[in-house]
Design a protein around this ligand. Sequence first.
Ligand code: MRU
Length: 352
Amino acid sequence: MSEFHSKIKTVEWVKTGDLKGVSRMVDQTLIPYEYKKVDITTTQQMYDAIKTMIVRGAPAIGISGAHGVALCAIELLEKDEQNFTDELKKGVEYLNSSRPTAVNLSWALNEQLKIIEKGGTKEQITKALIENAIKLENEDIEINKKIGDFGAQIVPKGATILTHCNAGALATVGYGTALGVVRSAYAKDNTIQVFADETRPRQQGARITTFELVEDGIPVTLITDGMCSYFMKKGMIDLVVVGADRIAANGDTANKIGTCTVAIAAKYYNVPFYIAAPKSTIDMSIKSGDEIPIELRSEEEVTIINGKRICAEGVKVINPSFDVTPNELIKGIITEEGIFKPNELHKLFMKS
Ligand code: MRU
């Protein structure tokens, strides 16, 4: 495990020749038992990696999608495909259908589509798609560090920060959004600590957030999802910082299922609730959270733990993977350009 540290690249383009490469990623289905990287070499493999959550977390999914388009171009080039651009666009659409909620995926795919639209020979397009994927990959880490530094300003001395799911290095290319805030705050004040919600059903909090923070030596206490209000009532949580999969123009925010419950408890107990996310997570094309597509995942994620059924046979199950926290429960949205109130997001897009 010691290979892991916060400077890790969760997803990385590795050049294997002229106009050739692979997307090397941490297999997050194995954490915390094993820390292993896999090479993704085709569009189909990338679709499957995103769908089965070998790679997960909104920004990491986005960059993987960008890599997927570069892999698609390489495949089409090797096949000497005559309808290169049309087939490439089909590949983009296919990748976009792998997971619906995190808008970072369609954002990154759109960035690649702009390259395709510019045109050129098959080789020129492939080269440009690879270069753009690497550029987006590198920018992601820089963006997270900026989010971390803005966020660190609102962390009180010696604070206990509650987080839900994993918005860390492993949910991004590196450093993290919510855990980026934690990392930047901890660099200034090593008396802060984290409470991590377990995050049922896939336990990203227990498996991935605690893994990252323990590896980095940042104090972390694991709690189950239902415990947050207990600790808030006791005055043991100073603020909540979570990531986001999609933020609507009015600031309503989709994040891992259970996030809204935390936000409601935080409001009741007067604990400030923050979202940490890059601009690419903000979807100004939708007015409110009602328009955010919510992924429904398999029943087995709920009924089976470690290969064992944990409930009666025949019971009905429903498994929405995300919920939407209404804007009025959010104190601020920490981005790479500063901290904004939910009703101020338009300002972020007026500048550019
Ligand atoms: O289903 P997941 O594990 O992809 O869900 C991840 C989350 O909900 C994260 O909080 C979100 O993507 C932000 S990651 C910086």
